[in-house]
Design a protein around this ligand. Structure first.
Ligand SMILES: Cc1cc2nc3c(=O)[nH]c(=O)nc-3n(C[C@H](O)[C@H](O)[C@H](O)COP(=O)(O)OP(=O)(O)OC[C@H]3O[C@@H](n4cnc5c(N)ncnc54)[C@H](O)[C@@H]3O)c2cc1C
Ligand code: SF4
Length: 465
């Protein structure tokens, strides 16, 4: 008999008043008892609607059945048939709009906590199971991967398992992409990302850091001089956008990308670290996505007394994950909805002293389907702040496009591909993840890496005939 409780098991978390002063993980994870109890809420529906809600179609009811029986390692093996980063996805996927949204238990009550169970299973495996990497017979073919984010890591892993000699070229000094420089430690501990990268290295994937493709080596050189037979571009969308309002060059204005890179990658929050960061007292973060939430919650942890999220639409339109918004509120972040900045104000030394905003109201839906924000007349007001963080979106860096002849891109910079294979307009060159779609999600980037790995294998094998 299944557990018919309408409510899911709560996630143990650090108390808000403690966690907003440290960078340790907020959610602490289920115990084995909580996981088994939660797994027993699954009805094992014949049509498995949850599976169709998962972008990589994990066999959800099958792995949950193993959890309910206490067979956690068997559950892990089922998940990893479809997903290569379960400890990451269990933490950061927007399950509420994917698998959990389709779960029939959600029709009357709360859906099964699929993401929390995935995380439990992955953590159990990482803590308890020590398996040596399986030796793979090399097939003698070389593939280069540009970028070590979730798309590149997934593509590399799938190809290495098939025997390819895979080299990842990463511009930064550490591999992991947004998982290491963007998403903070308090949501995704970096040791988890490192574990996934070490596993790839064990199966033979080489990782070359400090290699900016397009500067140090070009794509043509990788193909012609270094004899890579195929290339996957997973270079993400790391170029920050600004609003082009007066005052954006003042001291104390950051892109979220710079702010989070200093905090996460360079560990600027630690005492006596070489990389400095401003410990502002009053901070305005402009934007409403996950990036804005991460920046705001990091600013609070750096000691800010007041942190504002300034968002031009209303709470209903916030694109950030529901759970992250709730956590931000609990930690004391102040939300200013229907508010748009028009100028950043500075003092005589060119340091930020305030942000001038206008109130907005919502009009008719625009092309994105969301109601268009319209400025209210005579509604200007100023918030006193000493730092402003812009988190209004990013786009792909134009470097690879501008140094690779014949690589077609959209006007906004996204690489154009054949969706079924990830093939670009250049033969042997594939692409996926944010470099193609613009800023999206970890699981979609992983799915794109998988699709391209399959197509690259078919391409190289067909050339041999
Ligand atoms: C702060 C933040 C929070 C987020 N929160 C979530 C979340 O909660 N859930 C979720 O699903 N998604 C979230 N996302 C989005 C998610 O992280 C991305 O969609 C995902 O990481 C994209 O993966 P990717 O492999 O395409 O690129 P990335 O992760 O961006 O990795 C690209 C890599 O390529 C490298 N690179 C770029 N150019 C070159 C070059 N020329 N040569 C060599 N290397 C290069 C970069 O340094 C980087 O390491 C968040 C993003 C950010 C920024
Ligand atoms: S939809 Fe929900 S209840 Fe049904 S199989 Fe999937 S997780 Fe279980």
């Amino acid at each position: 008999m299944p557990n018919m409780s309408l409510k899911r098991n709560e996630m143990p978390t650090q108390p808000a008043c403690e966690r907003n002063k440290n960078f340790k993980e907020v959610a602490l994870g289920y115990s084995a008892e909580q996981a088994i109890d939660e797994a027993q809420r699954c009805l094992h529906c014949k049509h498995k609607p949850c599976v169709s809600g998962c972008p990589v179609n994990i066999h959800i009811p099958d792995f949950i059945a193993k959890v309910a029986e206490g067979k956690f390692e068997e559950a892990y093996q089922i998940i990893t048939e479809s997903s290569s980063l379960p400890a990451v996805c269990g933490r950061v996927c927007p399950q509420e709009t994917q698998c959990e949204q389709k779960c029939v238990r959600g029709l009357r009550g709360e859906s099964v906590a699929i993401g929390r169970l995935e995380r439990f299973v992955a953590d159990y495996h990482n803590e308890n199971i020590k398996t040596a990497a399986k030796a793979v017979q090399k097939n003698g073919h070389k593939v280069a991967i540009i970028g070590s984010g979730p798309s590149g890591l997934t593509c590399a892993g799938d190809l290495a398992k098939k025997g390819y000699d895979v080299t990842i070229f990463e511009a930064l000094h550490l591999a992991g992409g947004v998982l290491v420089y963007g998403i903070p430690e308090f949501r995704l501990p970096k040791s988890i990302v490192q574990k996934e990268i070490d596993t790839l290295k064990e199966i033979g994937v080489k990782v070359e850091t400090n290699m900016v493709i397009g500067k140090v080596i070009s794509i043509d050189e990788l193909l012609d001089e270094y004899h890579f037979e195929a290339i996957f571009i997973g270079s993400g969308a790391g170029l920050p956008r600004f609003m082009n309002i007066p005052g954006e060059n003042l001291n104390g204005v950051y892109s979220a990308n710079e702010f989070l890179t200093r905090v996460n990658l360079m560990k600027a929050y630690k005492d006596h670290n070489d990389t400095p960061i401003q410990h502002a007292k009053k901070v305005a973060v402009v934007g409403g996505g996950n990036v804005a939430m991460d920046a705001a919650r990091s600013a609070k942890r750096l000691g800010a007394e007041e942190v504002y999220i300034i968002y031009r639409r209303s709470e209903a339109e916030l694109p950030a994950r529901h759970e992250e918004v709730e956590h931000a509120k609990e930690e004391g972040i102040i939300f200013k909805f229907l508010t748009n900045p028009i100028e950043i104000l500075g003092d005589e030394h060119k340091f930020v002293r305030g942000i001038k905003c206008v109130e907005m109201e919502l009009g008719e839906p625009d092309e994105s389907g969301r109601r268009r924000p319209i400025e209210k007349k005579d509604s200007q007001f100023t918030i006193d702040v000493d730092s402003v963080i812009m988190a209004i979106g990013t786009s792909p860096n134009p470097l690879i496009k501008s140094t690779t002849k014949g690589l077609e891109t959209q006007r906004w910079g996204g690489i154009i591909i054949d969706e079924a294979t990830g093939a670009t307009s250049r033969e042997g060159v594939y692409a996926g993840g944010d470099a193609v779609t613009g800023a999206a999600t970890v699981i979609l980037a992983m799915g794109a890496g998988k699709t391209a790995a399959k197509a690259i294998d078919e391409y190289i094998q067909s050339k041999k005939k």
